[in-house]
Design a protein around this ligand. Structure first.
Ligand SMILES: [Zn+2]
Length: 492
C-alpha cells in the first residue's frame, strides 16, 4: 500500500494587517520529498505520528510537499496558488498510490478564498478520484461543508494545548490503512453551530473543556463510531464559516452518525454561556504579583500571540512592567530584528539605546525607548523539550537578552510563540526562578508551564488576537452567532 502525504498550512488572522507572502512559507517550514521524512521522524507531530505508524503498518510513503507559515494575516493569493500548483504537480507525478493523507490546519484564508483548505481538498479530490482522502485538522479549524464533503474522514485535534498531534497522526495512518484494505467504510456527519468561542475558553486543561472532552471520548467509544471531532474554530478569521463545528464518523452507518452528532451538538449548544471569559487588566495582574511571595506568576498575553497571527512586538506589558519596576520579570518575547541588530553591534556586556517593539502596527502599543544591558547573544536555535512538538527544532533567529532595571527582555528576529520553556532556557533564563514571566501565548504555554507556574493570569490587552470577541469589527461571519448576537437560536 502506497500513500501520498503533505501539507500546505496556515492559520490566517484576517484582522492582522500583515499580508502572508510566499517567503513566509519558503523561509519557514518548507520541505519536499524525503526531506519531509527526515524533518518529522521521531517528533511529536501529526506527520511524525503518521510516518511512525505507516512504517509499522507496512505503508509505503510518497512524500509530496510540506509547508507551514507562522500564523499571520491574509495569504497572498498568488502565493497560495504557487504552493497549490507545486503540491498538485507532485501529486500528479506520483504513481500507484492508494490514498492521500493531508496534514492541514483548517483556517487558511487568501485574498480570494475564504476556505483555502476546502479549495485544496477539492483539487486533490479531482486528481485522486475515488481514492480515500484522510485529512487531519487543528482544533482551531473553521471546518467548512466543502472540507467535509471532499474528505473520506477528517480527524481533528482533541486538545488545546495541542498535545495529541502525534496520536492523531497515528490514527490517520490506522484509518487510511483500514480503508484501503476494505476493513472499514467510513461515513461522516457534519454540523456547524452558530457559536464563536475565544481561545482561552477552548483550553482543554480547564474544567469546562475537560468535561466536554470526556464526553467526546465516550462518544468515540460507542459501537460503530470510528472517530469524532469537536473543532472549536478560529474566531480571528472573519469568514462565513468561522466557529464551532462537529464531525462524527461511523463505519458505514450514516443514521447512527447523525443521531450521535445531534446529541453531542445539542450538548455543546446548551453549554454555550459557559464559554464566556473573565479577563483582568495588566495593572490588576501586577497588583496580584505584588501581593504574593510565591513564584513565578505567568502573564498570558493572548492578544499578541504570534501563534494566532499577533505581530509579536506588542509593548503594552513591557511598558507597564518598566513603569511599575517589576524586578525579576521576563518578557518573552519581542520580535524586533532592528533592536537585535543594534544590540549585537553594541556587544555583550555593553549598554545600548533602543526603541523596542511596536513597529508592526499601532494596535499593540508604541515602541518603548530604553537603555538596556546586553546580557546574552544567541543564534536562537533550540530543540523543543515540552509536550508540544517535542524533538522538533525551533528557530527564533538571532536572539538577545536585554536587561532593563531588573527586567529581562528576550528580543528575537523571528516571531515565535514561547510555549516551550526552552525559548527561555536556551538563552540562559530559568523561568521557575523568576518572579513573573510574560508570555505571548494564549493557551499553548500551559502544556510546558503548568507544572512550573505558581499562578497563571490571562490578561486583557488590545490586539488582533484579543480574547474579547466584542473588540472585533466582524463583517463576513454568518449572523446571528453567539455570543455576538445574544438571541441566537439553533436546532438539530
Ligand atoms: Zn491551534
Amino acid at each position: 500500500m502506497r500513500i501520498a502525504f503533505g501539507c500546505i498550512g496556515h492559520e490566517t488572522n484576517t484582522f492582522s494587517p500583515v499580508l502572508t507572502s510566499i517567503n513566509s512559507f519558503t523561509d519557514g517550514s518548507y520541505y519536499v520529498d524525503e526531506e519531509i521524512i527526515s524533518a518529522f521522524s521521531h517528533t511529536s507531530t501529526i506527520t511524525g505520528g503518521f510516518i511512525e505508524n505507516a512504517n509499522k503498518l507496512g505503508i509505503e510513503l510518497a512524500p509530496l510537499l510540506w509547508t507551514f507559515a507562522t500564523p499571520s494575516g491574509t495569504v497572498d493569493h498568488k502565493a497560495y496558488q504557487t504552493l497549490k500548483d507545486e503540491f498538485l504537480n507532485r501529486l500528479h507525478d506520483t504513481r500507484d498510490i492508494d490514498g492521500i493523507f493531508l496534514d492541514l490546519h483548517g483556517a487558511m484564508v487568501t485574498e480570494q478564498l475564504e476556505d483555502a483548505e476546502g479549495d485544496l481538498i477539492l483539487a486533490v479530490r479531482e486528481i485522486v478520484g475515488a481514492l480515500p482522502i484522510v485529512t487531519t485538522l487543528d482544533l482551531h479549524a473553521n471546518i467548512t461543508p466543502k472540507m467535509a464533503e471532499n474528505s473520506e474522514v477528517i480527524i481533528g485535534f482533541d486538545t488545546y494545548p495541542h498535545v495529541d498531534c502525534y496520536e492523531r497522526g497515528l490514527e490517520a495512518a490506522e484509518i487510511i490503512s483500514a480503508i484501503v484494505q476494505g476493513k472499514i467504510h467510513p461515513t461522516m456527519a457534519y454540523r456547524q453551530l452558530p457559536l464563536l468561542t475565544s481561545p482561552p475558553a477552548q483550553c482543554t486543561t480547564k474544567p469546562l473543556m475537560n468535561k466536554i472532552l470526556e464526553r467526546l471520548y465516550v462518544l468515540e467509544a460507542q459501537p460503530g463510531v470510528l472517530t469524532a471531532t469537536l473543532s472549536m474554530g478560529f474566531p480571528f478569521a472573519d469568514i462565513h464559516h468561522a466557529g464551532v463545528s462537529i464531525l462524527v464518523t461511523t463505519d458505514g452507518d450514516q443514521e447512527l452518525a447523525e443521531q450521535h452528532i445531534n446529541e453531542f451538538a445539542s450538548y455543546i449548544w446548551e453549554t454555550r454561556q459557559a464559554f464566556n471569559l473573565n479577563l483582568i487588566s495588566v495593572e490588576q495582574a501586577i497588583e496580584r504579583v505584588s501581593q504574593t511571595k510565591e513564584k513565578p506568576i505567568i502573564l498570558a498575553e493572548g492578544s499578541d500571540n504570534p501563534g494566532g497571527g499577533g505581530p509579536c512586538d506588542g509593548t503594552v506589558i513591557l511598558n507597564t512592567l518598566i513603569k511599575n519596576q517589576v524586578k525579576g520579570a521576563v518578557v518573552a518575547v519581542i520580535a524586533d530584528p532592528e533592536s537585535v541588530e543594534l544590540s549585537i553591534q553594541a556587544g555583550v556586556g555593553k549598554n545600548v539605546d533602543l526603541e523596542v517593539g511596536g513597529k508592526t502596527d499601532s494596535l499593540h502599543g508604541n515602541p518603548v525607548s530604553l537603555t538596556g544591558y546586553v546580557k546574552t547573544i544567541s543564534d536562537g536555535n533550540f530543540i523543543h523539550k515540552g509536550p508540544m512538538g517535542r524533538g522538533r527544532a525551533g528557530h527564533m533567529g538571532r536572539t538577545v537578552v536585554l536587561e532593563v532595571d531588573g527586567i529581562e527582555i528576550i528580543l528575537t528576529e523571528k516571531r515565535i510563540q514561547p510555549y516551550d520553556a526552552e525559548v527561555l532556557r536556551s538563552v540562559g533564563i530559568e523561568p521557575a526562578d523568576r518572579e513573573l514571566v510574560a508570555l505571548k501565548s494564549a493557551v499553548h504555554f500551559r502544556a510546558d508551564y503548568a507544572s512550573i507556574a505558581h499562578e497563571i493570569l490571562e490578561v486583557d490587552t488590545p490586539g488582533v488576537h484579543s480574547p474579547d470577541l466584542f473588540s472585533y469589527d466582524y463583517r463576513k461571519i454568518r449572523r446571528p452567532i453567539y455570543p455576538l448576537d445574544s438571541y441566537t437560536t439553533w436546532q438539530t
